[in-house]
Design a binder for this molecule. Sequence first.
Ligand SMILES: NC(=O)c1ccc[n+]([C@@H]2O[C@H](COP(=O)([O-])OP(=O)(O)OC[C@H]3O[C@@H](n4cnc5c(N)ncnc54)[C@H](OP(=O)(O)O)[C@@H]3O)[C@@H](O)[C@H]2O)c1
Length: 377
Amino acid sequence: MSTALAPTIPPTHPAVVTTAPRAPLATLTVPTVPPGPGQVLIHVLWTSSTPLDLHQADGGLLITHPALMGSSYGGVVAQLGPEQPRDHLRVGDKVFGFTFRGDEEKCHQTYMTTDWYMVSKLPEGVRMEEAVAVSVNLVTAFHTLTADFGLELPWPVPAGENRERDTPIVVWGAASSVGNYAVQVLRHWGFENVVAVARAKHHEYLKELGAKVCFDYTDGDVVEKVLRYVGEGKEGKPRVPYVLDCIGSLEGTLKKIAELAERGTKVAIMLPVIVKHATEKEAPVYEMDVNKVLPGAWKEGVELKGTRTHFYLQNEFFKDHLQSEIVPALLEQGVIKPNKLKIVEGKTMLERAENARQLLRSQAVSGEKLVWRVADE
Ligand SMILES: NC(=O)c1ccc[n+]([C@@H]2O[C@H](COP(=O)([O-])OP(=O)(O)OC[C@H]3O[C@@H](n4cnc5c(N)ncnc54)[C@H](OP(=O)(O)O)[C@@H]3O)[C@@H](O)[C@H]2O)c1
């Protein structure tokens, strides 16, 4: 059963789309999709641009052109479909979230339609532009730590000590958006031995977020320093049981992590592996199979996992609770600090999207999230 659009809602609206690999983005007029049972129609006011937008626009990763883009939104509930399983949303509510399935829930458009469980209510005291910087990679942190590492993140957080309190967990590329949220989630769930690897300028902030110790990846001997810090492995376990590669760059991260990992180390790698970064002149090269990169470089028994957060809904508990309940609660309680923001300016939605793409392409993003206004009104 689908509903008709409320009379105040435009039947069509603008969306930013890719046109061809590395070609300028364009604006397309697309239909506004009425919300079906359990769905929510949202007027999108803010979004963020993430590396995935660049991987898609420049590298055509997992899309065919023209493609709608954008996976984080902040906006206002414009219409509710029938049969809402929870009575927690009203027309006019300020909301935010992470979506990634069909065109109707892409976020670089002024209206989007999604399911109730992909919607978080904006807590009092949190700005919408801060919230759009949160969901994609906070959900990524939950998904990776549980699905790829098998760690437990029970909700609500139980009282008492975490059995893995002292286990070293290396977060490589911790200054990234993914890294910032992983460090904060680990701290909140009682993992106290988080080893963050990032440029020195981020170290103080990462300690505030929950890192116990930080190392600089630009140091030639960073791997030795990490190994010296962790010492001997306990009870036959590897010295570093978990490495979260928040970047997935063949040259930038994986070659060093391959030196660090040993039998039994679980290495979770953000896909795609970036074999060659996009530049002004050249197309990027990506690889989705972690077992195909650096053959021969990994020690026997290292467990490589390619992270794909787009599968997080397979966890039924996270599907029903993560965005509708846990993410807004953590923000409201101040447990999670949003990424630092860089507001991308431009006269139109298209110009702002294009400016954000240029910043991503030139690798100008350091410890900040690119956030921009979608609808002008
Ligand atoms: N497959 C999935 O489920 C999934 C989910 C989320 C993200 N991702 C992918 O994960 C990657 C990161 O996403 P993001 O949004 O977190 O990116 P981001 O915040 O834009 O990343 C920028 C940060 O990356 C750090 N960085 C760059 N090269 C590095 C290197 N060689 N070593 C250590 N740090 C380095 C920089 O740190 P410094 O300032 O210290 O240089 C910079 O602060 C992207 O490729 C994205 O597509 C995948």
